[in-house]
Design a protein around this ligand. Structure first.
Ligand code: 3PG
Length: 308
């Protein structure tokens, strides 16, 4: 019997990406069901019942969803972070969880610079702004996105630093980036810090007042990573105590209304919806990679990108 592949994307892929991933499944003779822009969890629970495989984005694959999925063998997160999947529960149910590392990284890195420059130029309101050339940028976690951020930062003439205890200093140096020995040193050194850490029990709320308050004058934190890594009490304290601090984020904080009410424009910017990976190219790269990984999993037992 043909496999049923569910593509469940509360934030849909571009039409071109959908077309291309459907082609991959057609060639393998698999059936595809699209569940796009759904707002009710019940729709996901109903659609997953007879799915053999799923492609998702930031969609939450909880124990409840996994229990509803009676035939599921594999779930592929078309993207990097898989904190939205209950990986332990998936493992318990013999469901393979995968991601598609690197496929949407350039799009996220471009948004970092989009937000930085827009802010440095005062949202193009006619008032003289500043340039990013010659400024120091710290990359907090030097993975796929961090690497693209480093390349672009060099293009803009920035001085580039990185902290990542899981990456060899020599590998960082090879890219013309200066590795620093501690997270504190990164924040002390750089006016701009771009966050690329995953959300894990270890990183939750790790970006706190103590760390942020080390940033030099004009300290600007750019978050295209995750909401949970920010200690929002510390963030509010930073806004209150450091009038020069700026926060640019692709994920609206839960304390957004307070930040907006208590601070002038120019101290913050929040995208209306997580937009880092929302380009046609990133959608095609990640969506098609996910589709190919599913086909290889069923046809060859390939589990190269397994994360659980
Ligand atoms: C990722 O982890 O790949 C990014 O955060 C993108 O997430 P999205 O697919 O929900 O836009």
């Amino acid at each position: 019997m043909s496999k049923k592949i569910l593509v469940a994307t509360e934030k849909p892929f571009s039409p071109a990406a959908v077309e291309q991933l459907v082609e991959v499944f057609k060639a393998a003779d698999f059936d595809v069901q699209l569940l796009e822009s759904y707002t009710d969890k019940a729709d996901l629970l109903a659609a997953v019942v007879d799915a053999d495989a799923m492609i998702i984005r930031s969609d939450k694959i909880t124990a409840e969803v996994l229990d509803a999925a009676k035939q599921l063998k594999i779930v592929v997160r078309a993207g990097a972070g898989y904190d939205n999947i209950d990986c332990a529960k998936a493992a318990e149910k013999n469901v393979v969880a995968m991601n598609t590392p690197g496929q949407n990284s350039n799009a996220v890195a471009e948004l970092v610079f989009g937000m930085m420059i827009m802010n440095a130029r005062n949202i193009y309101n006619g008032i003289p702004g500043t340039e990013i050339r010659g400024k120091k940028i710290g990359i907090h976690a030097y993975g796929n996105v961090g690497l693209y951020v480093a390349k672009a930062a060099h293009g803009f003439g920035m001085e580039v630093f990185a902290f990542d205890p899981f990456v060899d200093d020599e590998a960082i140096k090879k890219d013309g980036v200066t590795p620093v020995g501690s997270v504190e040193e990164l924040y002390e050194t750089c006016q701009y810090v771009s966050l690329h850490i995953p959300e894990t029990p270890q990183t939750m709320k790790s970006i706190n007042f103590e760390l942020l308050s080390k940033m030099p004058k004009g300290g600007t934190l750019i978050n295209t990573a995750r909401l949970g890594v920010i200690d929002e009490e510390g963030l509010m304290k930073m806004f209150a105590e450091r009038p020069d601090f700026v926060y640019l984020s692709d994920i609206s904080p839960t304390c957004k209304d307070d930040i907006v009410a208590q601070n002038e424009d120019g101290r913050y910017f929040f995208t209306p919806k997580k937009m880092g990976a929302q380009t046609a190219e990133a959608n095609i790269n990640a969506g098609v990679a996910a589709a190919n990984q599913i086909v290889k999993f069923f046809e060859d037992g390939d589990v190269t990108f397994k994360v659980n």
